[in-house]
Design a protein around this ligand. Structure first.
Ligand code: SAM
Length: 333
């Protein structure tokens, strides 16, 4: 197989979507326990011998980069609990053609890691933050709020840009806090993204119980702020509105009320080497046996091309919410 950057080879799925984005879960473990994400007492984490090591991950990312993927996000689980993440980040940014490495984190460990990750080439970060009230944050996540706020302050100083706050919008949990979060993001120069709960895995019922249609939230915010259509580079599935007269952009991620599968450009690699072709479907390719079985670089790329030919058209969270798809933390949310 020739180098795709010379041959112009691209990953195009059967629905004409160009796959340009890899979300890379470096661990399924997390130092928080958000009730809508990891079920209480969950013990089903991957065994360390099944984790792809950094050389294996780099090999897969290289194959993707040679197939036209330019954009990678480190995620999990909580990616900062995987030791040596900055080394992996450095190896990925050094790959030819790779021009965008970002991180999704809960920011609990961001303060000690931010400078090294920034120096390793991570440019943009998304931070999960569902509440600004310490007691409520503790109730949702099982952990303290202050390290997250410290991590965010440090991330600003370290020069990440943009910094996006991901807030899962939940009826009866944090639906009285959107205006506070808007003010917090305005004060700090962050972008705000509101996310609808998705019925993922056995915690999916807990998530669905608090489902909130973001179309109603948008209407509510529009009464208070003058919202004009906004754009955001690397905005992904969010539909952005800008608060007029300010730099603040608010993204609405609406997998349930208005899904965005027709523009899906991504696949996900889990820590055990499973390539998931859709967040909400089980279609997959097991890469670990191929990597450990001595597959050639060309063979690896061919397997990825064949997998992309099986990418499902869309998730069915709305039509079939009781179907148990794996947890978000196992997939790389
Ligand atoms: N630990 C990192 C973080 O906090 O961003 C990355 C992984 S975490 C699984 C990614 C995102 O998925 C978080 O923003 C989390 O709130 C969201 N998430 C987890 N389960 C969800 C669900 N059932 N519905 C909607 N969002 C969910």
């Amino acid at each position: 197989m020739t180098d795709s950057r010379d041959s112009g080879e691209r990953l195009i799925d059967p629905f004409g979507r160009s796959i340009e984005y890899l979300r890379l879960s470096v661990t399924d473990r997390c130092n928080l326990r958000c009730f809508y994400c990891i079920p209480k007492g969950f013990k089903g984490f991957e065994q360390p011998e099944h984790w792809l090591n950094f050389a294996e991950i780099e090999r897969v990312v290289r194959a993707f980069s040679e197939l036209g993927v330019r954009k990678v996000r480190l995620t999990g689980g909580e990616p900062l609990v995987r030791k040596g993440l900055d080394q992996l980040a450095r190896a990925i940014t050094a790959l030819p053609g790779m021009d965008d490495l970002s991180l999704s984190t809960n920011a609990v460990l961001l303060e000690p890691h931010a400078d090294r990750l920034r120096a390793a080439g991570v440019s943009r970060i998304n931070v999960s933050l569902d509440s600004l009230r310490a007691d409520r944050f503790q109730a949702i996540t099982g952990g303290p709020l202050q390290p997250v706020l410290d991590g965010l302050a440090h991330a600003r100083r370290a020069g990440f840009s943009p910094i996006k706050i991901n807030m899962v919008a939940m009826a009866g949990i944090n639906d009285d806090e959107f205006e506070d979060m808007v003010a917090f993001c305005l004060d700090n120069g962050f972008t705000l993204r509101l996310i609808e709960t998705m019925p993922m895995g056995s915690s999916g019922d807990a998530a669905s119980r608090h489902y909130l249609d973001l179309q109603t939230v948008k209407r509510r915010l529009a009464k208070r702020y003058e919202l004009i259509p906004g754009v955001m580079p690397g905005g992904g599935p969010a539909r952005y509105m800008q608060v007029k007269g300010t730099p603040l952009r608010i993204g609405f991620i609406t997998p349930i009320s208005q899904h965005f599968c027709e523009t899906c450009n991504r696949v996900r690699l889990s820590v055990d080497g499973t390539l998931y072709l859709c967040l909400g479907q089980n279609d997959r390719l097991e890469l670990r046996p191929l990597l450990r079985g001595g597959i050639s670089d060309d063979g690896l790329k061919q397997a990825i091309v064949e997998a992309i030919a099986r990418k499902p058209e869309k998730h069915t969270f709305r039509e079939n919410p009781r179907r148990m798809i794996r947890l978000m933390t196992m997939t790389g949310g």
